[in-house]
Design a protein around this ligand. Sequence first.
Ligand code: F0G
Length: 351
Amino acid sequence: MKQNYLIEKYAQFLPITAETSRKSLGEGTTPLVRSSRLGSELGLENLYFKLETLNPTGSFKDRGMFLAVAKAVESGSEAVICASTGNTSASASAYAALHGIRSFVVVPSGKIALGKLAQATVHGATIIQIQGSFDDALHIVRDITERSPVALVNSVNPHRIDGQKTAAFEIVDELGTAPDLLCIPVGNAGNITAYWKGFTEYQSAGKISSLPKMWGFQAAGSAPIVLGHRVSEPETIATAIRIGNPASWTGALNAQDQSGGKIDSVTDDEILRAYHRLATEEGIFCEPASAASVAGLIKRSQNGENLSQLTAVCVITGHGLKDPDTALSITADRVEVEADVLLVEEAMNLH
Ligand code: F0G
């Protein structure tokens, strides 16, 4: 077992010094799983899912957070702060606990999924729920960190992007080449920026000759990049990407333009259908925001995009257990009976 797999494997691409902590919760090295049904239904040569759900706190945030917190500690910080739609707060509070420092998380009240709130609570974060949006929260934490020695660990922190780009490295290392398409949900736009940085750095290092087209997907009610203007009251069931003014807007546009890709939007209905299909046709339980990548791929295929001969990777960003409310809102095949063999058999419709 390596001490810190991402540092040992990718040190030359990371801002590591001898003083940087190697503490790890086992982030990264997530599976690239081949689609069993959806890919062939969409006519794709190869469809893979990058299961970032299997990171220590259940989302891709851990790849960047291990590094952001290690660098904060290295520079003498005794506390970290972030704005969050939930996953960043879960990850920041876990890594702060690992390093024995404090964490402050500022979240939109009532708009973060239950599991994420549970995580930040258990890890001992100071949770500040504001009557406002993620965008308001980010504005507030940026303001605070300009005046106080608390380290900002949102993806505006470049160490977050550097850690997260390792997912692109892993995909290439496993496929032996870059995929043709990389489908990814877009919220604050840090992750699409990070993947693009990873692919282009690997190209500069001579590890790949071609680059993927970057297909990013926002939720239709929170699609500022697609609309070309800020959204003051973003709404979507995919609360993780309920963001109206992404901090890495320019990074996302660069990824789109330089790769010949596309940032598009998907409706909540399309997201929920993809969420359900992933769970029932592939055995993959993700949170709604993650299903946006798959919903987008389905939408573009239905709109006549020719996907045959292509290899696509959909990034599955966060675990379904984080949002039990959405999971339980699905119409279930569920009955209750007395503890009796015959009644249970009857409920199984065997007779
Ligand atoms: N998927 C999930 C599960 C997320 O939690 C997020 C962002 C995204 C996708 C979008 O990534 O912001 O880099 O474009 N969550 C942030 C948070 C905003 O606070 O947890 P992005």
